[in-house]
Write a protein that binds this ligand. Structure first.
Ligand SMILES: Nc1ncnc2c1ncn2[C@@H]1O[C@H](COP(=O)(O)OP(=O)(O)OP(=O)(O)O)[C@@H](O)[C@H]1O
Ligand SMILES: [Mg+2]
Length: 225
């Protein structure tokens, strides 16, 4: 489960001071999927990064499975990121010099999963994402939709507790995007993973168990207003 309590984040840059998050409180139940919508610049990426321990709030707390992320020592945070977190980005971010198989197996390797188990899990994931024969291919040989399916498999391979996906469908057409998110939710639910994604697509929003709307760094109770 993920819980944010009064999370704030302000950026100071050449453009001045910008309050990206202005007191966000939310809770997402274990094993469920939440979707966050909001205009460009509303704070979606900042919120996801704070939830995943990639960025630090100025104040407030983020709990993942009861652990206050930002109190973890550096080593504890590294371990948490490696074991318990999965990330999917807008453009897949596959390692271009590795094969599809090696990309999916990467988090398993980092977590010292034994070779036979690593091969079994990776092959099973390749089948589940409809790319059973594509293991030896390189990322640039895949279509955009295929890249994102591999990115989803890689993010879930080590069975993380929390999966964060920042606009995973932004580079895809709407139908490909919704089928990607269906697949992601299906795979994640099977392993009890809590999932949070950001999106601009209302069909993707409809697939989530919980829908959140953010505007100017605040959650909207009544998003239509
Ligand atoms: N590193 C940074 N330095 C300064 N300002 C930043 C930084 N990162 C984000 N911001 C600002 O914080 C606000 C929230 O940005 P964020 O990236 O979270 O929005 P977003 O909802 O993800 O937008 P998009 O839909 O375009 O991805 C924006 O106004 C942005 O310009
Ligand atoms: Mg963003």
């Amino acid at each position: 489960m993920v819980e944010c309590r009064s999370v704030t984040k302000t950026y100071h840059s050449g453009r001045g001071t910008l309050q990206a998050l202005r007191g966000i409180s939310l809770a997402i139940a274990p094993g469920t999927a939440a979707a966050i919508a909001g205009k460009s610049g509303s704070g979606k990426t900042t919120l996801l990064n704070c939830m995943g321990g990639l960025d630090w709030p100025d104040s407030g707390q983020v709990f993942v499975n009861g652990i206050d992320l930002h109190t973890l020592p550096q080593r504890g945070l590294s371990l948490f990121l490696r074991r318990d977190m999965g990330f999917v980005f807008q453009f897949g971010n596959l390692l271009s010099y590795l094969t599809v198989f090696e990309n999916i197996a990467f988090p398993l390797k980092l977590n010292n999963i034994p070779k036979l188990e690593l091969e079994r899990r990776t092959q099973e994931l390749l089948e589940r994402i409809g790319l059973a024969g594509a293991g030896p291919a390189l990322a640039h040989e895949l279509s955009g939709g295929e890249v994102q399916r591999v990115a989803v498999a890689r993010a879930l391979a080590h069975r993380p507790k929390l999966l964060l996906a920042d606009e995973p469908t932004a580079s895809l057409d709407s139908a490909t995007g919704t089928s990607l998110v269906r697949l992601m939710f299906e795979l994640g639910r099977e392993s009890g993973c809590t999932m949070v994604l950001s999106t601009h697509d209302s069909e993707v929003m409809d697939l989530a168990d919980q829908r959140l709307h953010i505007r100017d760094g605040m959650l909207q109770e009544h998003p239509g207003q």
